[in-house]
Design a protein around this ligand. Structure first.
Ligand code: PLP
Length: 494
């Protein structure tokens, strides 16, 4: 069966998977969605026999139907290799009576590596297939995390260049070191004298600069972005839900066919949406618990049917979930209004104009696959502490939001299905808050000293990603004014 991709907002034009990956966003501003959901073409009882790469192939071949077997396997082999510090790639662990799916064993010790390690290969393969003989230039503005994940993914991938802008002085020292020590020969990292918004607007302006685009086109370059609404990031995330299910069977936690829940720390709604796609493929998922931090727009939405971003933006200890507009939610809205693109487009227009929209009762009825929950800062810190006290296992602040919501869900519903807590970052990534939560004094210590301390307490080795930057050479020292961003791009390419 051939899957085709169309806009959530009414543009009827049809795209193959590879075309959709190159385009990223639809011309009408909508997101690409598959015309149907393919079913998993393997018995559930056979899942425990598959390793991560084999699972990836089983899932991705159903969605990316215009890629040949060889192309897809090549992408998978290049992505899920020894860049990961764990043989399993996605590690299902049990602590006490709770299951955690650790998605932080890639290069930047957070879950975005799962998709960003394959996207560059899907993208360059797509370019070849579609005879686009250009070098892709990825431009990214980062507030810290995405930049390094994208750099690692694209580093030394032939046919690509990547330029990352970050606010000089606006990211943590570890985050900055991760980026400015990047070794990839096709990478450039630039500190901008401004804040994250300045960086982001600067990048948008460059993307929309027709004159620059024409000039670069002549020189053989084309711009692209690696952001989380690209289906080339979404589809690879479906894989680890299927893989986790297989590992739950292998561990004897469940029998093949038994329903389980996933609890997902959510920001942009990409990760949890991939879980929903897995369910549409036939994976026996009962509930997807959408775990929010104090920026609980999604919690309120699941309660009331009203999406309302007009509220105070709260800086929390789980910064990757500090989001008021969850872009990938649009793909769910589209599905629950029976793929009525005009209706979806209307709601998105309301969101854009007023910051608010409300779904009708029929749509709300179809949100039953989800349960919205949230955890405040105190609950997050208490959760890290109590799991550490009870089991010795240390989780990061984002995972802790999910672990807290898992308990709230069970208390509220008495659901006895097994649940898997999706663990999106290593505690080493947010080491200061994690240590504070377990009662350590963190004052006057730098992040590397804190990492040493965490290693003692948790008996988990410091991941190579942190160890490597401790003494790494600084390779990127470009700093520019906001007004010089365009010039910087130009001069680094031609
Ligand atoms: C990006 C991120 C999230 C949120 O994932 P979404 O797909 O945006 O919902 C959660 N935790 C961590 C550590 C992240 O980096």
């Amino acid at each position: 069966m051939n899957i085709i991709y169309r806009s959530t907002r009414g543009d009827k034009k049809e795209y193959t998977a590879s075309e959709a990956i190159i385009k990223g966003l639809c011309d009408d501003g909508g997101l690409f969605v598959p015309n149907v959901f393919p079913k998993l073409n393997i018995e559930l009882s056979d899942l425990p026999g598959l390793d991560y790469k084999q699972t990836a192939y089983e899932v991705m071949k159903e969605f990316l139907t215009d890629y040949t077997r060889e192309e897809l396997l090549d992408c998978i082999n290049k992505a899920y290799d020894d860049k990961f510090d764990e043989e399993e790639k996605a590690l299902l662990t049990k602590h006490g009576d709770r299951y955690f799916l650790e998605l932080f064993h890639g290069k930047t010790i957070a879950f975005k590596d799962m998709a960003l390690s394959i996207l560059p290969h899907l993208l360059t393969t797509a370019m070849k297939k579609n005879n686009v003989n250009k070098e892709v230039v990825i431009l990214t503005a980062t507030s810290g995390d995405t930049g390094k994940a994208a750099l690692s993914g694209f580093a030394d991938v032939s046919g690509t260049r990547i330029i990352v802008f970050y606010p000089k002085g606006g990211v943590s020292r570890i985050q900055e070191l991760q980026m400015i020590t990047e070794k990839g020969k096709n990478t450039k990292v630039v500190g901008v004298k401004g804040n994250f918004d300045n960086c982001q607007s600067g990048v948008k302006e460059i993307f929309n600069d027709e004159e620059l685009k024409a000039l670069l086109d002549k020189e053989g370059f084309v711009f692209s972005s690696a952001n989380s609404i690209n289906i080339g990031r979404l589809i690879p995330q479906v894989v680890y839900y299927v893989f986790a299910y297989g590992r739950m069977i292998a561990n004897g936690a469940i029998k093949a066919g038994e329903k389980i829940n996933f609890v997902v720390p959510t920001g942009n709604f990409g990760n949890i949406l991939a879980g929903y796609y897995a369910k549409q493929m036939g994976l026996p998922i009962d509930k997807l618990v959408c775990a929010s931090n104090e920026n609980k727009v999604l919690y309120d939405f699941f309660r009331s049917g009203k999406y309302d971003k007009n509220r105070e933006f709260i800086l929390t200890s789980s910064p990757s979930m500090d989001i008021l507009i969850s872009s990938n939610l649009e793909r769910l809205i589209y599905l629950i209004c029976d793929s009525d693109a005009d209706k979806n487009a209307g709601l998105m227009k309301e969101l854009n104009m007023s910051g608010v929209y409300r779904i009708d009762e029929n749509m709300a009825e179809r949100l039953k696959d989800f349960y919205g929950a949230y955890a405040d800062e105190k609950e997050v810190f208490n959760t890290i502490r109590s799991i550490y006290d009870n089991t010795g296992y240390v989780i990061d602040t984002h995972t802790a939001v999910a672990a807290a919501c898992d308990l709230k869900y069970k208390e509220d519903t008495k659901d006895e299905n097994k649940s898997v807590i999706v663990s999106t970052a290593s505690p080493y990534k947010f080491v200061s808050n994690v240590l504070k939560a377990i009662g350590e004094d963190v004052s006057d210590k730098d992040d590397f000293e804190l990492a040493d301390r965490l290693s003692e307490l948790s008996k988990v080795k410091i991941p190579p990603a942190v160890e490597e930057i401790r003494n790494a050479k600084i390779l990127h020292d470009t700093v520019c004014e906001v007004s010089q961003m365009k010039e910087t791009v130009k001069s680094s390419l031609i």
